[in-house]
Design a binder for this molecule. Structure first.
Ligand code: MIG
Length: 634
């Protein structure tokens, strides 16, 4: 059952699609305090209560023992001491021995989730505003609660089938030759591939919806030639629009007043890749229509997939901010910089990016009134993606274009997927990816995944292979890496056949994974579940943070450490342990309990429940060549 509580005049985030009649705070079931500018509520937790949720967020499957903040942040260091990542997924769910409930705080500004950080047995949620809707979802089992919540927020985005193929990315494949090399080398190594990514350098001086003609001469023809090879090119679109005379997107936006403003009504300007940019006011439906239709130019050139970036929004600096910092630097010229002055100067420059001052200086127009950005920060990126998603759906229908975003809010799950942003080539980030999967599913985001191999810093061969062996199961299976890092395409390392073996397993599983995805979408269900959802009475399963249930048939348990040939796995019931590698299948029945299982770098471990069976097709070099009707069953 879902009960809605409303206070003040909430901004419509469009997260919930089913109407609920609002109740007053007087009947709110948690102890709470309403202040002038915030609302706080709390509940006690029993020692073995689990708190799930928050979608894309740091730390564990069980969120207890930390404080999180819903505040979309462009932060490339996903360490366990962070409170926020790029998304605001304001759903949590408590699961105890004799009670469970979910909470969705529908509110687009900052929220603090103190889940046993200040007091170990207390969750305290602080909503930084007084205009909000809060939904309390009750049910018998956590999975029922998720399903009920998901029904309320509407069906998840459906990507095209080819988006389940393997995708190779890097910042950047700078020109057509570089892209060709990626395809040719995958083909030569027998590594299946469906998509190659175009990062910011495909554009003409980082201007959205343009193509650098020197790097990609006759782009439409080139895209067509790649499609003939079975490859989809996926260009990036950034939130900031370059300020430049004669650039049509900027000029049209200025002419119609489509950009975010300063308090005085002038256009807010901030620096991103192209230098000074204006930021479309995506909260305005008219602006969304305009910006969404802009993707058509690239679609006309044959493009059928996009990723939206920098939409938290990421702002390197504002004109005001940089001026202040430069003035400060000038004023200190020739001075003896003691400790205080030096660090203050350093912090002034370091603090230029994504600064609270800048966010506070931005205004949106909602129903004709100026609204400060801080009040709606968490739905900016979601609305950028909605602009594209709504346009695609209306123009091409469901399941036709690939679309995923970096920043998101619940509601955007209906028009796009997400990726988990700039992770690192760290072993710990294999598990971070795993832990975010069920949480993202709870919030409606089914098409998701992390940068496999890790984005920042140099990856090693074994890390990329182990990362990919988890990525085999994530709907978005993309290897991506940052500018200046070591090459991490499979063929860049010795013995590329190991990469072929792993990625072929993905292709063999696509009929199963696609089917599982579609079922989860139809039933408002989870693809990935913590073990505790399926075995709530099993104390070991309840605490498991390194394995997941997949669909109704499987369990996954990736190897996540270096220099080990396997790992300990907990089987909550008898299962068949399957090792998949290329076309090879090895299987072994194992009984309930703890086991040490081994998996070589070219093997994908998978566990199949008793009495269940999954289909495997023959591998192919492209998704379009897979024969979904010629499968064997294991
Ligand atoms: O600040 O476009 O998360 O995937 O490669 C970096 C360059 C901007 C951040 C994205 C990343 C992408 C990169 N972008």
């Amino acid at each position: 059952m879902i009960t809605k509580y409303t206070h003040g005049k909430p901004i419509n985030t469009e997260a919930v699609v089913v109407p609920f009649s609002p109740n007053k705070l007087a009947s709110f079931p948690f102890s709470h305090t309403l202040e002038n500018d915030s609302f706080r509520f709390s509940f006690k937790m029993e020692p073995d209560d689990i708190v799930y949720g928050l979608g894309e967020a740091p730390r564990g499957i069980n969120k207890r023992g930390w404080i999180y903040e819903s505040y979309c942040s462009d932060d490339p260091f996903h360490t366990e001491t962070k409170r926020s990542l790029y998304a605001a997924h304001n759903f949590i769910m408590l699961s105890g021995t004799d009670r469970c409930f979910g909470i969705f705080v529908d509110f687009p500004a900052r929220i603090k989730w103190d889940i046993g950080y200040t007091l170990q047995d207390t969750t305290e949620i602080t909503v930084e505003g007084v205009d909000f809707d809060i939904y309390i979802i009750t049910g018998k089992l956590p999975r029922d609660i998720v399903r009920e919540f998901r029904r309320a927020i509407g069906k998840s985005y459906l990507p095209p089938k080819w988006a389940f193929g393997f995708q190779q990315s890097r910042w950047s494949y700078h020109n057509a030759e570089a892209v060709d090399r990626v395809i040719d080398r995958h083909d030569a190594a027998g590594i299946p591939l469906d998509c190659v990514y175009l990062d910011i350098d495909y554009m003409e001086r980082y201007k959205d919806f343009t193509v650098n003609e020197e790097a990609f001469p006759d782009f439409a023809n080139y895209v067509r030639a790649k499609r003939e090879q079975g490859i989809h090119l996926i260009p990036i679109i950034d939130a900031g629009v370059k300020k430049e005379k004669g650039y049509s997107v900027y000029e049209e936006g200025m002419e119609h007043g489509y950009f975010c403003r300063r308090a005085d009504g002038s256009c807010f300007e901030g620096g991103v890749w192209p230098g000074i940019c204006a930021f479309p006011d995506f909260l305005d439906p008219g602006v969304r229509n305009w910006f969404g239709a802009k993707y058509q130019g690239l679609i006309d050139a044959g493009i059928d997939g996009f990723w939206n970036d920098m939409n938290e929004p990421a702002i390197f600096y504002s004109v005001e901010g940089i001026e202040k910092a430069l003035d400060k630097a000038a004023s200190l010229k020739g001075e003896n910089l003691d400790l205080g002055k030096f660090f203050n100067l350093k912090d002034t420059f370091a603090g230029l990016s994504n600064s609270q001052d800048d966010y506070s200086a931005i205004y949106h127009t909602i129903d004709g009134k100026l609204v400060n950005h801080q009040r709606v920060h968490n739905i900016y990126g979601a609305n950028m993606t909605k602009a594209a998603g709504e346009y695609f759906e209306k123009t091409f229908g469901e399941g036709k274009l690939l679309m995923f975003s970096r920043a998101s809010y619940i509601g955007a799950h209906r028009s796009s997927g997400i990726w988990f942003g700039d992770n690192h080539s760290w072993w710990s980030h294999i598990l971070l990816d795993l832990k975010m999967l069920p949480a993202a599913n709870m919030c409606g985001f089914l098409y998701c995944g992390a940068d496999l191999g890790g984005f920042n810093e140099n990856a090693t061969r074994d890390l990329v292979l182990r990362f990919l062996a988890l990525g085999v199961f994530t709907p978005l299976m993309r290897n991506h890496s940052a500018l200046g890092t070591r090459d991490q395409e499979g063929y860049s390392f010795e013995n590329s056949e190991d990469f072929r073996d792993i990625i072929q397993v993905r292709y063999r599983l696509i009929p199963y994974l696609y089917d599982t995805f579609v079922k989860a979408r139809e039933n408002d269900d989870l693809i990935f579940r913590p073990l505790s959802l399926d075995y709530p009475a099993d104390p070991i399963a309840r605490e498991c943070e390194t394995q997941l249930m997949l669909g109704d048939e499987c369990m996954i348990a990736p190897v996540y450490e270096q220099n080990v040939s396997g790992r300990t796995v907990y089987l909550p019931e008898d299962m068949t342990f399957v090792k998949l590698s290329g076309e090879r299948i090895e299987s072994q029945p194992l009984s309930k309990g703890l086991h040490y299982i081994s998996a070589a770098l070219n093997e994908v471990p998978l566990f199949i429940k008793k009495g269940k069976t999954i289909p495997l097709c023959k591998p192919a070099m492209r998704t379009e060549d897979l024969k979904f009707d010629e499968v064997e069953y294991i």
